[in-house]
Design a protein around this ligand. Structure first.
Ligand code: G16
Ligand code: MG
Length: 213
């Protein structure tokens, strides 16, 4: 049975998927690029720069590296303006209990978030101390669906990937977990998460007992 659970943050533990979505949409509207739910879904779990590249697939001109840096910074400013006011009330229902119960069951916990804002968010949500290891997104060179971030989480815990269970709300994240050689729990809508080994409607439905027998 599993020795650790590696959690994604945005959309699994924190109610930030909508905040990222709104920040990207604001940017897209301002620079006249189309942005619908299909594009929004593709951005989930994908790091900032790769998300911008997806947004710019619909651009009618090319953007310089400096322009791209400025756009990515602008999106992050919009995002930060919102999460500055975050507190424990912005945890998704059942999230704290899911992580705490995992530890009580004797398993280790890690966080594999592509967000460079993850450490700030963990502090604001009041759950930083519930994680044995938090991957530094700044050290990750290949964005989800590459396995790098989940492999880094397993390595940080000192465990083999096969001993770890990954929990994700994004298709790119589930692909990253599988590429790392781990089993994946998908959180959310079945359509985007068809590849997950187990599908749960939300993190409140996560019961570590189902994975430790
Ligand atoms: C999250 C979000 C993505 C976001 C990425 C980078 O990943 O799901 O939408 O683009 O982090 O965030 P930031 O711009 O704050 O560095 P995850 O892995 O926590 O779902
Ligand atoms: Mg996510």
């Amino acid at each position: 049975s599993f020795k650790a659970v590696i959690f994604d943050l945005d959309g699994v533990i924190a109610d930030t998927a909508v905040v990222h979505h709104a920040a990207w949409k604001k940017l897209a509207d301002e620079i006249g690029l189309p942005f619908d739910d299909a594009v929004g879904e593709r951005l989930k779990g994908v790091d900032r720069r790769a998300s911008l590249e997806i947004l710019l697939e619909n651009a009618t001109r090319s953007y310089s590296e400096a322009e791209k840096d400025a756009l990515a910074t602008r999106k992050n400013d919009y995002y930060r303006q919102q999460i500055e006011h975050f507190g424990p009330e912005n945890l998704l229902p059942g999230a704290r209990e899911a992580v705490a119960a995992t530890r009580r069951a004797g398993l280790k916990t890690a966080l594999a978030s592509a967000s460079r804002n993850a450490p700030l968010l963990l502090e604001r949500l009041g759950i930083a101390e519930l994680f044995d290891y938090v991957v530094d997104a700044g050290n990750i060179r290949h964005a989800k669906p590459d396995p790098e971030i989940f492999l880094a989480a397993a390595a940080g815990l000192g465990l083999a990937p096969a001993d770890c269970l990954g929990v994700e709300d994004a298709a790119a994240g589930v692909a990253s977990i599988h590429a790392a050689g781990m089993a994946a729990v998908g959180i959310g809508q079945a359509q985007a998460l068809a590849e997950a080994d187990r599908l749960l409607p939300n993190i409140a439905a996560f019961d570590i007992g189902q994975f430790t027998t």
